[in-house]
Structures are given as structure tokens and as C-alpha cells.
Design a protein around this ligand. Structure first.
Ligand code: ADP
Ligand code: MG
Length: 697
């Protein structure tokens, strides 16, 4: 008998060559093998009508073949023909064995053609169709419905093609210990979901009789993927809550009470107020806070973080604010120091570039408790940094701050500090649910009053002169501008060259009008960068050329124009981030997306999304459609989301259902001791190897 966690070496009759080929596909255990799903199915039981064909589908059509022509010479020689089914024409083409096929084709015969339909000019075309003579409708039934699996060339060579995989998987399924094929969902839930058992589902996904089997089995298996992931996340959240006792911060404290009524530079939006309350409730609960604060660019997350920090500071604790880049950390240090001007607290800044006496002084003050707020880069959570009594850590602009990094913080104090993660990359709700199921989420869904919509235009490179003209007029009215160049690691050198050439060009033009142009990029030393940023934020420089180092967080309210070069090379969320650098003051702001004329249809669509909406959540949803959830969250490589069939973007209904069901199961029976949940507990035990259930139960 095989177990789900048995290694594939244990499958009877599977030789070592095949084992190693499968391992290359990341199939190590029986469970990996049986969840190695077909990526498509081929239906040879149906004949499609040519008039209704869609691009990029695999179909079977039938009809008479005419217009048979041999064209071209040598390498370009090919055979073309037209298949007519009484209603529509489909173009056929053969690049190989053209003459042989030409001889075989008979205009009087009815053929069945099977293949992939591709666009061909304004028509549709099938290249190298599988061709057979039509022998009546009954003969079609035997052709069947086949799964097609992802296979590499070497798999095909070593007799591990789709057919072989299908029978290997089906044979393996028959040998699995029947005890693990128990239905783990309680009957009431199964009825409610109206879906097949998982044993049936896993069988039919590999051996479907028709489309309906595919749909029904995939539905159940997608549910399983969300369900298991969410069970794990929510269980983690529950255990963390009960295990991790944090510092209880029981009052708003003197600092907050001094600051809020007297020194707050503006009144908070309703959303900001709500979130401050949510955070205070967490701090006050003696359970450790793990909260994700989402708010669009410019929604005012910093002040919320500062208020939360003041609450902790006012109760006698230390707090910390961490940013991903030195520029951003510096800027936070400057703006919080300004906000705290009249408060009796000490704020220090720490990064890799703080050295010597200053560093020693800061480390000493942190250890003694003299420093109240420390602001910096990752340097602040290095092992050497010792705190007196750290109670709250705010992590800015880092939605990738995963479980492991958070765990490193827990070691910084006897009681783990509360953690607030802020992100301006709005994560679609469904993605947050799967990826951050273990975090509580607060959302600022309102911008401060008086903000004007940023006017966004997609323009082609050849309109640059007009753009510069416009720019000059705006600068004459006192505005400042960013011009951003893409910087992509593989081609860093070329990109840097583009930036430098752009710098020469732009400075030459604008120097003539008395404007100062400066440049910042990742290869510069920290103090050079700081100098440039300072010149720009104080208005001594008028145009800042930059790579995406300015993507997150930079706040220069007087800057009202954002020009993005090669905008098609950025993802939607990134564009949105960049655009968020302007529109921060009361000037009308503009964002120009520059691209070449002949960009891909996909890129055109992205530009369109940008010009049509400024809602970060809409953009995040669109981004997820374009790039897939892994890319949006930056976790594609990390394997945080291991979904094979289910898609966070397109299976939202199933996800929501799973969300409700996992809530209700864990809400009423967190340790799964109820008799209805025993099968589930048993199954999760079988699944231990894949889901780290042992770590959390
Ligand atoms: P983000 O959420 O992108 O980090 P910031 O915290 O940098 O946004 O805030 C953007 C700008 O809006 C800052 O200049 C900040 O001072 C200002 N701001 C924040 N909240 C308000 C408010 N309630 N009313 C007016 N201005 C605000
Ligand atoms: Mg910010």
C-alpha cells in the first residue's frame, strides 16, 4: 500500500530513469504525482462548427478540403488548403512533407481534422492537423476524451508521454491506502457545496469521460487547495494569538494625549481614525498584534503609524519604524522628527551607513532605553541591535515581510513586539486572504480631502518635444517633476546608460531656462543619494531623474509631474506606485506614460487601465489578471502560494466559500475534536508533510 507521503521510488514498477525524470518536475511523493494535473483535455468525441471556432483552442472539425496549393520554394515551401464544413472555411497549412500530403488529399472525401486553431491575419488557421477520413458519427465515439499533461522532451523520449503519465497516475491511485481516501469534509458541508468526494474528483480529473467530469472534479480539487491553505493559515493565526503574549498597552498614554489635540497638523480622515482605533484595540488586548495596514498611495499611513508609536512610547516602551530603502527611512526620520518637534522624545536613525561614534551612541541609547523611537532600514533588526523594551515595530512598504522575518522580531524582546506592516500596493482582498490569512487587515479606503485626481496620459516617444514644452510651462508656475527610467536587473548597464543619456538631454534643455536637473539611482553612494533627494525636496532642484528607487514612499508634495519612460516595462502596481509620488499637494498633478508606438496589445491594455482608473484596488485586481497572483505579491519564487488548479483571480467564488467554511469549522472547534471533524483531523495528519500542520497544531 502507498501512502500520500510515500516517495515515488516506492511505486511498484517505476524504474529509476522515470523516477528521476519525474523528480525534475518536482514530483517527489505520491501526493505530488496524483496532483500532477493535466493542463488541458482533448475532446475527439465532438465535431465543432467552423463558424463558431475560437482562437487558441484545440478542436475537431470535419468537411471537404479544397483550394489545395503548393506554394513557395525550398525552406518556404508549404501546402495550403481550405476546409469547408458547409458553413465556414478554415485555412489549413503544412510546412513539412507538403508534397506527400498533397498526393493524399482528395477533394471528394470528407475528412476529420484535429488541431489547434490559431489566428492567421483576419482568418483562423490550423497547422499540421491530425487528419483522418470521416467514417460516420458512430466512429467518433471511440476516439475519446484525453487528458494532456505537461511533459518535457526527455520525458517523451523515455516513454513518459501524456498517455503513459495518465496510466501511471491511475495505477498509482489504485494502490493508495484506502484509509487516506476518506472524505474529510463533513457531510453537511459536502452537501452544501454540492460537489463530488475528493476520491472521485482525483480519479475523474485524470480519467474524465467528458467536459462535465472535468469541471466537476476540478471544482472539488480547487476547493481542496484553498481549503487546506486556509486551514493552515487560520490555525497559525489562532495558535499565535494564544501563545504569544505581548506587552499590554493599556492606555493611550500622555504623549498621544499631548500630541493629538495640540500638534496634529491636519484632521484625520474617518478611515485613519478607524484604523488608529483598530490598532489601539490590538495593543490593549495583551495578545500580540500582527496587522497589515493597506492604504493606497497618499492615503496617509505614516501619521497612523506615528500615532500608534506614540501610544506605545507614552506607555514607557520603545518603538521602531523600518523602511526598505535608506532614502525612505531618512525621509521618515525627517518627517517624524518634525511632527515630534515639541514632544519630549528621542528619535534616532540607524542604517548600514551610520558608523563609528554615532553608531555606538545609538546602540547604547537603544539598550538603555534612552532612544524612544528608532527609524531605519533592516539594520535595526540585526542581531547586534539590543533594545531596552521594544513593544511595537512598524514595517513600511513591505508587503513581502513574511512569517520568517516576523519571527526574527519576536526574539527582540522578552515579550514579542506588536507588528504593523504597511503596504501601499493594495492587495486584492482574495489574495490577502490566502497569503496573509494569518494577519489581521486594516484598510484606509479614503484619501485626505482636497486631493485632485492625477491626470494620466499615455503618449508616444515622438511627442517628447511637446511634453518638454508642457513641462517647462509647469516649472515656470513653480512645479517640480520626476522622470523615471526602468531598471531591470538583467540589463542594468543599458538601463543606466539610458538614464545617463536622458540626464544629459534633459539637463541641457532645462539648464537653458535656469532649472536644475538632478539624478538618483541605485548604484550611487548613500550620502550622494541623500544629497540629491534633499536638493529635490527643498526645491533647489527642479527635475529629478531616477530609477525605481523612488518607487515607494518618497514624499515631495510640491512635485506634481511624473514622467515614466518605457512605461510598458513596468507592471501595473509599479506604475501606480510611481504615479502616487505626485498628487500629494494641492496642485493639479499629471502623469505621463511614455512608450514606443508599437508596443504589444497587452502593454496597450495596461496603459489603458492606468489612464482610466486611479483606484489602487482596481489596479491590483487587473495586475493580478495580467501577471498572476505570485508576481503581484512578489512570492512566485518563494512558493508561499502553492495552488495548482485554483486561481485566486478567477476562482474567487470558491475561495470565498472556503473562507466561510474554514472560519466556521475553526471557529467552533479549533482543535478539530468534534466527531464531525475527526476525518478532517486524520486527513490533515496524513498531509503533514506538505502543509506543516505539525508546526502549528
Ligand atoms: P502613504 O499612505 O502613501 O504613506 P503618507 O503617509 O506619506 O501616505 O501621506 C501622504 C501625504 O498626505 C503626506 O504629505 C501627509 O502629511 C498628508 N496627509 C496624511 N493624512 C492627511 C490628512 N488626514 N489630511 C491632510 N493631509 C494628510
Ligand atoms: Mg508611505
Amino acid at each position: 500500500m502507498l501512502e500520500l507521503h510515500s516517495f515515488i521510488e516506492d511505486i511498484p514498477g517505476l524504474d529509476s530513469t522515470k523516477v528521476s525524470l519525474l523528480q525534475k518536475q518536482k514530483i517527489f511523493r505520491v501526493y505530488d504525482l496524483i496532483t500532477y494535473y493535466p493542463y488541458k483535455y482533448i475532446d475527439k468525441t465532438q465535431i465543432h462548427s467552423i463558424g463558431l471556432l475560437q482562437e487558441n483552442t484545440w478542436v475537431q472539425v470535419k468537411g471537404k478540403i479544397n483550394n489545395i496549393q503548393l506554394i513557395g520554394q525550398g525552406r518556404t515551401k508549404r501546402l495550403t488548403a481550405t476546409l469547408f464544413d458547409g458553413q465556414g472555411n478554415l485555412s489549413l497549412v503544412w510546412f513539412q512533407m507538403a508534397e506527400r500530403i498533397q498526393k493524399y488529399l482528395n477533394p471528394e472525401t470528407t475528412y476529420v481534422c484535429f488541431g489547434k486553431v490559431l489566428p492567421y491575419g483576419f482568418q483562423l488557421q490550423m497547422a499540421h492537423p491530425e487528419l483522418s477520413v470521416f467514417k460516420g458519427d458512430d466512429s467518433l465515439k471511440n476516439l475519446g476524451f484525453h487528458p494532456i499533461y505537461p511533459t518535457s522532451e526527455s520525458m517523451k523520449h523515455k516513454k513518459l508521454d501524456s498517455k503513459a503519465l495518465q496510466s501511471l497516475i491511475s495505477e498509482t491511485l489504485k494502490q493508495i491506502n484506502p484509509e487516506v481516501f476518506i472524505e474529510f469534509l463533513p457531510k453537511s458541508i459536502l452537501d452544501d457545496l454540492n460537489c463530488m468526494s475528493w476520491k472521485q474528483a482525483i480519479w475523474y480529473v485524470h480519467n474524465p469521460r467528458d467536459e462535465r467530469d472535468v469541471a466537476a472534479s476540478q471544482h472539488r480539487l480547487k476547493f481542496n487547495e484553498f481549503f487546506l491553505l486556509q486551514m493552515q493559515m487560520k490555525r497559525l493565526k489562532q495558535t499565535k494569538k494564544t501563545l504569544k503574549h505581548a506587552q499590554k498597552i493599556s492606555s493611550r498614554g500622555a504623549l498621544f494625549d499631548l500630541f493629538y489635540p495640540n500638534m496634529l497638523p491636519f484632521s484625520l480622515t474617518e478611515a485613519q481614525k478607524r484604523v488608529v482605533k483598530e490598532i489601539f484595540n490590538d495593543l490593549n488586548s495583551s495578545q500580540q498584534m500582527n496587522r497589515l495596514l493597506q492604504g493606497d498611495v497618499g492615503s496617509g499611513k505614516t501619521i497612523v503609524a506615528f500615532l500608534a508609536m506614540l501610544i506605545a512610547n507614552g506607555n514607557g516602551f520603545q518603538t521602531c519604524l523600518m523602511a526598505p530603502t535608506e532614502i525612505l527611512a531618512k525621509q521618515h526620520a525627517a518627517s517624524l522628527t518634525e511632527l515630534a518637534r515639541d514632544l519630549p522624545i528621542q528619535i534616532d536613525f540607524l542604517s548600514g551607513s551610520v558608523k563609528g561614534k554615532e553608531r555606538t551612541r545609538i546602540l547604547t541609547d537603544l539598550a538603555s532605553g534612552k532612544t524612544n523611537i528608532i527609524i531605519g532600514t533592516h539594520a535595526v533588526i540585526e542581531e547586534k541591535v539590543v533594545f531596552h523594551n521594544l513593544a511595537l515595530v512598524v514595517v513600511d512598504e513591505q508587503h513581502r515581510f513574511g512569517v520568517a522575518q516576523r519571527a526574527a522580531l519576536w526574539a527582540k524582546a522578552d515579550k514579542p513586539p506588536h507588528i504593523l506592516i504597511m503596504s501601499a500596493t493594495p492587495i486584492p482582498r482574495t489574495l490577502a486572504m490566502t497569503l496573509y490569512g494569518d494577519l489581521d487587515v486594516s484598510i484606509i479606503d479614503e484619501l485626505p480631502k482636497g486631493r485632485k485626481e492625477i491626470k494620466t496620459k499615455h503618449i508616444f516617444d515622438n511627442k517628447k518635444n511637446e511634453l518638454f514644452h508642457f513641462l517647462k510651462n509647469e516649472l515656470d508656475l513653480g512645479a517640480q517633476a520626476y522622470i523615471v527610467y526602468p531598471l531591470i536587473e538583467e540589463s542594468e548597464k543599458i538601463d543606466l546608460k539610458n538614464l545617463q543619456e536622458g540626464y544629459l538631454q534633459v539637463s541641457k534643455i532645462f539648464a537653458a531656462f535656469g532649472y536644475r536637473v538632478v539624478m538618483v539611482h541605485g548604484k550611487m553612494k548613500a550620502d550622494e543619494k541623500n544629497k540629491v533627494m534633499e536638493d529635490f525636496s527643498t526645491g533647489q532642484a527642479h527635475i529629478l531623474l531616477a530609477t525605481t528607487v523612488i518607487e515607494v514612499g518618497v514624499n515631495v508634495p510640491n512635485a506634481s509631474i511624473m514622467v515614466i519612460e518605457n512605461a510598458d516595462r513596468f507592471g501595473l502596481s509599479q506604475l501606480h506606485q510611481l504615479r502616487g509620488r505626485v498628487g500629494r499637494g494641492n496642485k493639479q498633478s499629471y502623469c505621463f506614460l511614455l512608450t514606443a508606438y508599437n508596443i504589444s496589445a497587452d502593454a496597450k491594455n495596461r496603459m489603458k487601465v492606468m489612464t482610466e482608473t486611479s483606484n489602487g484596488f482596481v489596479i491590483a485586481e487587473e495586475d493580478m489578471k495580467f501577471r498572476g497572483p505570485g508576481d503581484v505579491a512578489g512570492t512566485r519564487q518563494s512558493g508561499d502560494i502553492n495552488l495548482k488548479l485554483a486561481s485566486i483571480a478567477s476562482d474567487q467564488n470558491i475561495l470565498m466559500k472556503s473562507n466561510d467554511i474554514t472560519d466556521s469549522i475553526l471557529g467552533s472547534d479549533p482543535d478539530l475534536n468534534h466527531e464531525n471533524h475527526l476525518s478532517l483531523k486524520k486527513f490533515l495528519h496524513f498531509m503533514k508533510f506538505g502543509f506543516h500542520w505539525e508546526l502549528i497544531s
